[in-house]
Ligand binder design. Structure first.
Ligand code: DON
Length: 317
């Protein structure tokens, strides 16, 4: 079977996703996100040679929300190495992203670094006695460096909106503080967390920023080594098992790639050795993951034979 043309596949997926009536529901618990137009869709595929194949609104900035947790985990591992795993586990939680129920049983140690509790514990680790402003600057500069683009920014309106309504995250953070899992003042940790979730990027920038994950820790275009090959493999493993919360099994079943979602409607996915993919559509499914983003990735992996679990195209090529 001849290999399908990626440009055609991406263009066809973008056209279909732009016009589908089933768009999911935008997140409203962060009021600022509730104002985003759900009729938007973007897909950007960054290939090994640096080529970008794109469709839809790939230059529109959106709130990356929990996708930022992949990058804060990367920074935390750089800072503390395996000591990170004394703070958070690396098992799928099977619970919604904002759940508090497991925390009491597990004595304030979150199941993994991608559920909100885990990401808040990771933010505390990166904060490490510094001022929130300095740590946030470091996270933002890391993303600008990875995307090779200084226009990545923190959307202060989204951060303020979540700060006003973040009661659930305050509960999680205070609970962990009670168990001695959080070192820094809770408001410093949450301020930093809300702001890194409010980082705004385009799909084009996000696909480029994720490139190191697809290529054993090294950005193949710039040649910069970001993490070791072993660490890149492990980050991908956690994305696969925990990146979509209690929808992680469904995502692995349908898409078959390591991926991380955010309630802004973005998903970052990696095709090891081949590509880094960013998709965005603001409407969410019942797990809080992008409805059309997941569908688009499902179609892309099926048509390109990109599932990490094997491809009918590979055997007949
Ligand atoms: O803490 C929150 O609820 C948001 N800042 C991030 C949640 C999120 O993106 C969950 N992912 N699908």
């Amino acid at each position: 079977m001849p290999s399908p043309d990626l440009q055609t596949v991406v263009a066809e997926i973008a056209a279909e996703m732009r016009s589908r009536p089933d768009r999911g529901e935008v997140a409203t618990y962060i009021p600022e996100l509730g104002r985003v137009d759900p009729n938007q869709f973007a897909i950007a595929v960054a290939l090994r040679d640096g080529t970008l194949v794109e469709g839809g609104d790939t230059e529109t900035f959106f709130s990356i929300q929990s996708i930022s947790k992949v990058f804060t985990l990367t920074l935390a591992l750089g800072l503390a190495g395996d000591r990170v795993w004394n703070r958070v586990g690396r098992e799928p939680s099977g619970s919604p992203f904002n759940s508090i129920v497991q925390l009491e049983h597990e004595r304030g140690i979150p199941r993994n670094p991608f559920i909100n509790a885990g990401a808040i514990a990771i933010t505390d680790l990166i904060l490490n006695g510094h001022q929130p402003r300095d740590t946030l600057g470091e996270i933002l500069r890391f993303l600008q460096f990875l995307a090779d683009d200084d226009s990545v920014f923190i959307d202060q309106g989204v951060a303020a909106s979540e700060e006003r309504t973040g009661y659930n995250n305050r509960a999680l953070a205070n609970f962990m503080k009670g168990f001695g899992v959080i070192d820094n003042p809770v408001e410093y940790v949450l301020g930093t967390y809300f702001h890194h979730c409010a980082i705004a990027m385009t799909c084009r920038q996000l696909a480029k920023a994720g490139s190191f994950l697809a290529h054993l820790g090294r950005n193949p275009t710039t040649g910069f080594s970001v993490v070791t090959a072993e660490r890149a493999r492990r980050l991908n493993a956690i994305m696969l098992t925990c990146g979509h919360y209690d929808g992680s099994g469904e995502f692995a079943y349908r898409v078959g790639l390591p991926g991380k979602s955010g309630v802004g409607g973005g998903i970052l996915a990696t095709v090891p050795g081949k590509a880094s993919i960013a998709v965005w559509s603001p409407g969410l499914d019942r797990w809080g993951n992008s409805h059309l983003g997941r569908l688009a990735l499902e179609q892309l992996t099926a048509r390109m034979g990109w599932s990490i679990f094997g491809s009918p195209l590979a055997t007949s090529a």
